[in-house]
Design a protein around this ligand. Structure first.
Ligand code: PLP
Length: 432
């Protein structure tokens, strides 16, 4: 799909055609995004919001136009609710710090799922150190989905906030965040969605999800690095103190007292990445023109195809099986030595006609081969995959492994890419 728009995909590595299957880490950039960046630096560059001159006004229009593009993309009610940040990580740190300051007190509880990326764990631990909040973990069942009954049982009168990824960057599990947000609200708590792994692969509508905050990174959705988004409900953002101080975020500064700008500027201290915001908007327009539903269908086909091929490989263990029914007991056949609760998560049949169209990453191990060795040898054959703990060490511990190999798709991947990966993988396995 639109592969010709991505110049990097025609390069070679080690004399072989590049097969890029590390899209959950970052996506490649279409020509229009790269050109938007150089075009702005060549022709429009000026600092935004402060100049009366032509270039500054033009740059400001691009920057604020980008905010509107983001608003439309996630169907937020108001552009004032779109905060530009450096990415998902900064968005989460902003909420932890600022929401934490405004709304959380010693003993208040924050629920976090067991399958979170470190960036949705550590900021809350830092807050725990500062304010004495309590972190409770929403457990996962053995099939790699969240245990919603256990989730409901975690709520108490002190629960203030739930933080959960929409799609796991390891298991590919699509969490029922809409239902989970409704449950949180019924208990008087707010709900934050880490959409880093969903925004690039499916239509995301904050009003439909009914969440209170949603965060994502530009670089995972074909945009540039260094730009990301925090969306939050206006009344919450209004009640939260600034995250950083500096230019742009103030209304008036005197030695005695400083007052702050209105939203969204209150949270955007300093010169913003106005080139990045514009390039992100170009990326969002690009995927919108293709259609998020078409992208989701295409990637769901790739996911189903890859799972089917991977399952045929002896010794293959696939972790999790997004939005799938519980696998049968027979699925643990490769795992004689694995404790039951870990074994059950592994290698279940993955129906190819999934109602919820899973498109998330596929993490795996093969036999006793170390994932790092797998990744290194595949790289020599031109296949770029991810290996390691995927910034989710608590989840690795839950699965009883130190690390996993992972493939993940973008809109430009093809079934031929998967065939190349499978045959390279078979070659690597033969070496052991
Ligand atoms: N959350 C999830 C689910 C992710 O997959 C990632 C990155 O892989 C992040 C957060 C952190 O994103 P970033 O490094 O762009 O801030």
């Amino acid at each position: 799909m639109n592969r010709q728009d991505f110049p990097i995909l025609s390069r070679e590595v080690y004399g072989r055609p590049l097969i890029y299957l590390d899209n959950a880490a970052t996506t490649q950039k279409p020509r229009c995004v790269v050109e938007a960046i150089s075009e702005e630096y060549y022709n429009v560059n000026a600092n935004v919001h402060r100049g009366v001159h032509y270039l500054s006004q033009q740059a400001t229009e691009l920057h604020e136009g980008a905010r509107e593009t983001v608003r439309r993309f996630i169907n937020a009610p108001d552009t004032a609710e779109i905060i530009f940040t450096r990415g998902t990580t900064e968005s989460l740190n902003l909420v932890a710090t600022s929401y934490g300051e405004a709304f959380l007190h010693e003993g208040d509880e924050v629920l976090i799922s067991e399958m979170e990326h470190h960036s949705n764990i550590v900021p809350w631990q830092l807050l725990r150190e500062r304010k004495g909040i309590v972190i409770k973990v929403i457990p996962m069942t053995d099939d790699g989905t969240l245990d919603l009954q256990a989730y409901e049982r975690l709520f108490t009168s002190r629960t203030r906030l739930v933080c959960c990824c929409h799609v796991s960057n390891v298991l590919g599990t699509v969490n029922p965040v809409k239902e989970m947000a409704a449950i949180a609200h019924a208990h008087g708590a707010h709900f934050l969605v880490d959409a880093a792994q969903s925004v690039p692969h499916q239509a995301v509508d904050v009003q439909n999800l009914g969440c209170d905050f949603l965060v994502f990174s530009g670089h995972k959705v074909y945009g540039p690095t260094g730009i990301g988004v925090l969306w939050g409900r206006k009344e919450l953002l209004d009640a939260m103190p600034p995250y950083q101080g500096g230019g742009e975020m103030i209304a008036r500064v005197t030695w005695e007292k400083t007052t702050y700008e209105r939203l969204p500027f209150k949270f955007e201290a300093g010169t913003p990445d106005y080139v990045g915001s514009h390039a992100l908007a170009v990326a969002l327009d690009y995927v919108s023109a293709i259609g998020m539903d078409a992208i989701q269908r295409h990637e769901a086909d790739l996911t189903a195809y890859a799972l089917q091929k991977m399952r045929e490989i002896e010794g293959m263990r696939i972790y999790g099986h997004p939005a799938m029914p519980q696998p049968q007991a027979a699925t643990v056949q490769n795992h004689a030595a694995t404790p039951p609760s870990q074994a059950a998560m592994i290698g279940g049949p993955h129906p190819t006609t999934a109602p919820s169209l899973p498109t998330g990453p596929i993490s795996f191990n093969v036999g006793t081969i170390h994932p790092l060795d797998l990744g290194t040898l595949l790289d020599r054959l031109g296949i770029a995959i991810r290996t390691g703990h995927h910034c989710a060490q608590p989840l690795m511990a839950r699965c009883g492994v130190e690390g996993m190999a992972r493939i993940s798709f973008g809109l430009y991947n093809t079934r031929e890419d998967i065939d190349a990966f499978i045959s390279a993988l078979q070659r690597v396995i033969k070496m052991f």
